[in-house]
Ligand binder design. Structure first.
Ligand SMILES: NC(=O)c1ccc[n+]([C@@H]2O[C@H](COP(=O)([O-])OP(=O)(O)OC[C@H]3O[C@@H](n4cnc5c(N)ncnc54)[C@H](O)[C@@H]3O)[C@@H](O)[C@H]2O)c1
Length: 287
């Protein structure tokens, strides 16, 4: 029987961190979300509460919402991780930021606790290099949006212990999702495939092959994807996609070189759903 950790720490309560916090709270864990400044704490709280309200609207009561809300704490002080069994890092996709955040999280945790990164593509072995206990560290790559996504990709770095991989598989099952386990290669399995398709779709738009709608329909209707690669890039965030493709370009070669259109759109602040405009207009949402 798979059991959820009693207390989960989440470092970074953005789009993904909030979703991860919600998923564990829903499964019965207490969760401590730590942010970088007071304004971000408020934003993180709002995101988690919105996720809770959506989930209870579907199938429960105000009482259940209050109970769920009470399970999630927010703050700035990493000492909240002292009793956590598992801490998941979800700060932005930058090697420098992640190394710094992971080092500080590890220092605040019990030596018996486990640490994971929600990185989309950065090598787990590289991130582990600056840690004191690399065997207690792995990748746990959640998908966006977290609540309806069924998959979590578990990434084993060179030094990750088998015990942690088995535990991570159990935690993923305990929150009602399905784990896949992959070796630590750049982009793992899902980002490598997803980014390859997304970049090709952007190049096709750049080359005037077809409209965004028609390129997306090719995959959505022709291949049964839940949404086309351009719409998915809007949902993920063009900045997030650019960061991953820059990294994969260095690690895996020219086939991952970011198209000019992607760079230009990010420079203009057209980041997709979160900014209100990407390949499509997203009038209502600004997270
Ligand atoms: N967006 C996606 O679709 C997606 C999907 C899977 C994985 N990821 C990965 O998840 C991670 C987070 O992505 P996101 O989309 O949630 O980003 P985001 O920008 O929405 O959230 C990042 C959060 O981290 C906080 N933060 C920054 N520095 C911090 C620090 N030192 N301590 C604590 N908090 C800090 C920020 O205030 C922000 O709230 C990235 O590694 C990304 O690649 C993203």
């Amino acid at each position: 029987m798979n059991t959820v950790p009693t207390l989960v720490g989440v470092l970074g309560g953005g789009r993904m961190g909030a979703g991860i916090a919600h998923a564990f709270a829903l499964a019965g864990s207490n969760v401590a979300v730590i942010e970088r400044d007071s304004e971000s704490v408020q934003l993180a709280r709002g995101r988690v509460l919105a996720a809770i309200m959506t989930s209870v609207e579907r199938k429960a009561t105000t009482e259940a919402a209050e109970e769920l809300t009470a399970r999630v704490g927010f703050g700035l002080d990493l000492s909240a991780f002292a009793e956590a069994e598992l801490v998941i890092e979800a700060v932005p996709e930058s090697l420098e930021m992640k190394v710094d955040a992971l080092g500080r999280a590890e220092a605040a945790m019990s030596p018996q606790a486990w640490l994971a990164s929600n990185t989309s593509a950065i090598s787990i072995t590289t991130l582990a290099q600056s840690l004191q206990r690399p065997e207690r560290f792995c990748g746990m790559h959640f998908f966006n949006p977290v609540p309806p996504s069924k998959l979590v990709e578990i990434v084993a770095g060179k030094q990750t212990s088998d015990e942690l991989i088995a535990a991570a598989q159990g935690w993923v099952a305990s929150i009602g999702k399905t784990p896949i386990t992959v070796h630590d290669v750049p982009g793992f399995a899902s980002s490598r495939l997803g980014v390859a398709l997304g970049l090709e779709a952007i190049r096709m738009l750049e080359d005037g092959v077809a409209s965004a709608d028609d390129i997306d329909a090719a995959m959505a209707l022709g291949y049964g994807h839940p949404m086309g690669p351009l719409r998915l890039t809007d949902v993920i965030g063009l900045d997030v996609r650019l960061g991953i493709s820059e990294y994969l370009h260095v690690m895996l070669g020219d086939r991952f070189e970011p198209p000019k259109l992607l760079r230009d759109m990010v420079e203009r602040g057209e980041l997709g759903r979160k900014s209100g405009k990407g390949f499509y207009e997203w009038p209502q949402e600004h997270s």
